[in-house]
Ligand binder design. Structure first.
Ligand code: NAP
Length: 308
């Protein structure tokens, strides 16, 4: 495994993080038992992954808690999140404080390394910054949280407007952004800011459905063609030809891991073999320059799809 600094947080993190949400939720969505998911998290730790991303909303905090029981606490970086309460609620700050305590309990730990506001849309950013950020900052000072984070609502906000606003503020130690070879727009609008400000950066949607399921990719490319986003007949066959990459999913993770500014690329899976393959992919060198140039020519201007 390779390790890097998570922005200026002082946290040293594996370049691959295990995403415990997404379509797989560690296999929970496919009806796999808790034992299966706990084993998967432990396997990731055995393979050198030290970054685990979960959320109240995924229902996998207890699984992460069970998997890290007995592991020295400073060997693992735990990231979790909570969806913001409604602004009209009587005591939103109290709800968020209680949410952090509940996460700590489910995770079986007395601090969380990164605690995020989960899936914040552009329209709710003011509430996040003015009401929620001070609460998380206070909890960071109290030692319950080591870094304050915010994640975007990528499907509703594939152009990253919320993060572009948020990165003008001093609140966020860490952000999570959607980025993949089909929509690399964070390269222009987000990574320059995170790099300049030393904000730790987590990548989600590296693969999702379009880059792991050939039929989804074909459907998406034809839709993009109809919308005039890609040239007619665009396809990604070149990524798996002439020794470029073993398969498309490998190419997709390699694309993200070598992106300047992407500290941790999350991989979400419920499958041990996929986990092993994805970690191996991340340790491969960057895609060849000719392939990267072709991707820029195809998708360099795309900022309206997610690959889901
Ligand atoms: N707003 C937010 O805060 C937010 C939103 C979305 C995600 N997230 C976080 O980001 C993490 C990563 O997102 P994601 O889970 O969507 O991850 P992803 O890695 O982009 O895609 C996961 C999908 O790809 C499949 N897959 C993975 N490896 C594969 C392989 N080698 N071969 C074939 N299929 C493969 C998985 O199915 P299998 O189970 O079959 O492997 C799953 O359906 C999430 O788990 C979550 O922690 C945060």
């Amino acid at each position: 495994m390779n390790y890097t600094n998570l922005g200026n947080t002082g946290l040293r993190v594996s370049v691959v993080g295990l995403g415990c949400g997404g379509p797989s939720r560690l296999g929970q969505r496919a009806g796999k038992g808790t034992d299966h998911s706990v084993r998967l998290v432990r396997k990731a730790l055995d393979l050198g992954v030290n970054f685990l991303d979960t959320a109240e909303n995924y229902g996998t905090e207890e699984i992460v808690g069970a998997a890290i029981r007995g592991v020295p606490r400073d060997r693992v970086v735990v990231s979790t999140k909570k969806i913001m309460p409604e602004p009209g609620e009587a005591d939103p700050a109290g709800t968020m404080r209680a949410g952090v305590e509940a996460s700590l309990k489910r995770l079986g730990t007395d601090y969380v390394d990164v605690f995020h506001l989960h899936g914040v849309g552009d329209a709710r950013y003011r509430f996040a910054a003015d009401v929620m950020a001070p609460v998380l900052t206070e909890l960071r000072e109290a030692g319950k949280i080591r870094a304050v984070g915010i994640t975007e609502e990528f499907p509703a906000n594939p152009r990253h407007e919320m993060l572009q606003r948020g990165l003008q503020d001093p609140w966020w130690d860490v952000i999570m952004v959607g980025f993949n070879l089909l929509n690399p727009s964070a390269r222009r609008s987000v990574f320059p800011l995170t790099l300049e400000k030393g904000v730790g950066t987590l990548v989600m949607f590296a693969v999702r459905r379009a880059l792991s399921q050939p039929a989804s990719l074909e459907k998406l490319l034809r839709e993009m063609e109809q919308r005039g986003l890609v040239e007619p007949g665009a396809d990604l066959g070149f990524l798996t030809e002439n020794g470029c990459a073993g398969n498309l999913t490998e190419a997709a993770y390699r694309f993200c891991v070598h992106e300047p500014g992407a500290d941790v690329v999350l991989t979400g899976t419920g499958d041990e073999e996929h986990l092993e393959a994805n970690i191996a992919a991340a340790l491969e060198p960057p895609l060849p320059p000719a392939a990267l140039e072709r991707l820029v020519a195809l998708f360099g201007e795309v900022d309206s799809v997610t690959g889901n």
